[in-house]
Design a protein. Sequence first.
Length: 74
Amino acid sequence: MAKKSSIGKLESLDNLLAEYFIGQLDSGEELSSGTLAAINSFLKNNDISVDIVESNPLQNLTYKVQSIIKAQEA
């Protein structure tokens, strides 16, 4: 079982990654397929779905990715 300090570090890392990906999406620059795949994997690995209720960086990231996908489909 992980120690509390380790869990805190993992949560911090998780939040930093989410913020980084949000920054990439907000930049307006075209994202590489590798970056999009990393974002997709990050969301899947965190069991993120459209049923998010809480407000956190993962929720923001999910909404931004959904917006990009809808825009590309239009």
